[in-house]
Design a protein around this ligand. Structure first.
Ligand SMILES: Nc1nc2c(ncn2[C@@H]2O[C@H](COP(=O)(O)OP(=O)(O)OP(=O)(O)O)[C@@H](O)[C@H]2O)c(=O)[nH]1
Ligand SMILES: [Mg+2]
Length: 371
């Protein structure tokens, strides 16, 4: 059991935040010293301002800085087109209607959507008034603040260790990056000493299981799978096996589907239900993987999968590509009216390599969006 395990156990102390009911507050800061020094562990919190473990924000503990910078560079590179078109707005000499109009256009182009764009503009105008800003360059800083504040509720750590096993179900549309993200997460977790069991509940494609195997550390990760057959049955077997083998985490991969494919959505609901039969409290997390390139459609996906399954978290992938990033603002604004609270973004994907799955930081994201 690695140091990460004690970190996870330590998180039990937070106690009051059950893993299956998103809480609003970010977890209390944890001393970075209690964290594995070398692995960019997935179960870490970007929310922990100065003491974010390992690959998260903190530049303090030795190993992280270059790694984190390199993936931040990827994020910036991915968002560059968006960033430069928003940043462009602030190159003038005056804060006037034209500036706000240009900004409105740039935010809409960045996929922020109408509501979030209006929200940000109003918030920004208030900040400009409050601070008596006179330079467009100051306004840019205020916009970073406004975006950060809007995105803040999405910044929360995935916690494992409250249940044994912690059961995580993963869903999303075809090709969103589910299997890849699970693979990366699994590697991070096993490097942190967690015993992971995978459920290949994507029974459509034989390749799905091999794909998981390639990612997983074969020595410490078992896979429950079945050729063809019922995904719910695979998930059930995996949770039972996870319990009897004393695994720490069970992750169920599912086949991609559109929210409009009602029978497939019903199948997903069944997977969730049946997981609950194998373990009362499970699934503890229901994650949606969203391709960051899908623009405003990402919000529709979040809404639809949330309605069908009750999401507990998101993984937003492919932010290294041509993603515009603004959709996170739309998701954050929608999250405000969600009865269960915000759906946190546990991780973002900025590439295909292991280290390209990172915890989400609202401020870093806002900065990257405007760089
Ligand atoms: N650039 C980039 N590519 C990614 C990222 N995440 C996943 N991919 C790629 O996206 C493609 C699809 O990924 P998968 O993990 O197979 O997606 P999936 O959601 O499991 O797909 P289905 O099971 O077919 O629904 C693969 O080529 C991945 O390498 C990312 O963060 N950045
Ligand atoms: Mg897959």
């Amino acid at each position: 059991m690695g140091p990460m395990f004690s970190f996870i156990k330590k998180k039990l102390g937070w106690g009051d935040a059950p893993a299956d009911a998103p809480a609003q507050q970010p977890p209390a800061p944890t001393p970075a010293a209690s964290v594995a020094p070398s692995s960019p562990v997935a179960v870490s919190s970007a929310a922990q301002k100065q003491a974010a473990p390992v690959a998260s924000a903190a530049p303090e503990p030795a190993p992280a800085p270059t790694e984190r910078r390199s993936w931040l560079d990827k994020l910036r590179a991915g968002l560059r087109k968006t960033g430069s078109s928003i940043a462009q707005v602030f190159t003038g000499t005056q804060i006037d209607d034209a500036l706000y109009e240009e900004l409105e256009e740039a935010l809409l182009m960045a996929d922020a959507g109408v509501s979030a764009t209006e929200h940000l503009l109003q918030d920004l105008k208030r900040r400009v008034k409050d601070t008596k800003a006179t330079e467009p360059s100051q306004v840019k800083g205020l916009l970073i603040d406004a975006i950060t504040e809007l995105l803040q509720p999405l910044e929360r750590a995935l916690v494992v260790g409250l249940h044994t096993p912690t059961v995580i179900m993963v869903a999303g549309v075809n090709g969103a990056g589910k299997t890849t993200s699970i693979g990366k997460l699994t590697r991070h977790l096993s490097e942190a000493g967690q015993r992971v069991l995978l459920a290949a509940a994507d029974t459509f494609r034989a390749a799905a299981r091999e794909q998981l195997l390639v990612w997983a550390d074969r020595n410490s990760v078992d896979i429950v799978s079945q050729d063809g057959g019922d995904p719910a049955a695979v998930a059930f077997d995996a949770v039972q096996a996870g319990r009897s083998r004393g695994c720490d985490v069970v992750i169920a991969d599912t086949a991609g589907r559109l929210a409009t494919q009602l029978h497939l959505m019903e199948e997903l609901r069944k997977v969730k239900r049946v997981i609950g039969k194998a373990m009362d409290t499970a699934p503890h997390e229901v994650l949606l993987v969203v391709d960051g390139n899908t623009g405003q459609n990402a919000l529709s996906q979040v809404k639809a999968f949330d309605e069908a399954l009750g999401l507990t978290g998101l993984i937003v992938t492919k932010l290294d590509g041509t993603a515009k990033g603004g959709v996170l603002a739309a998701i954050a604004l929608w999250s405000r009216q969600r009865p269960g609270g915000a759906v946190p973004v546990y991780f973002i994907g900025v590439g295909e390599k292991l280290e390209d799955l990172q915890t989400f930081s609202a401020r870093e994201f806002a900065q990257a969006l405007l760089s």
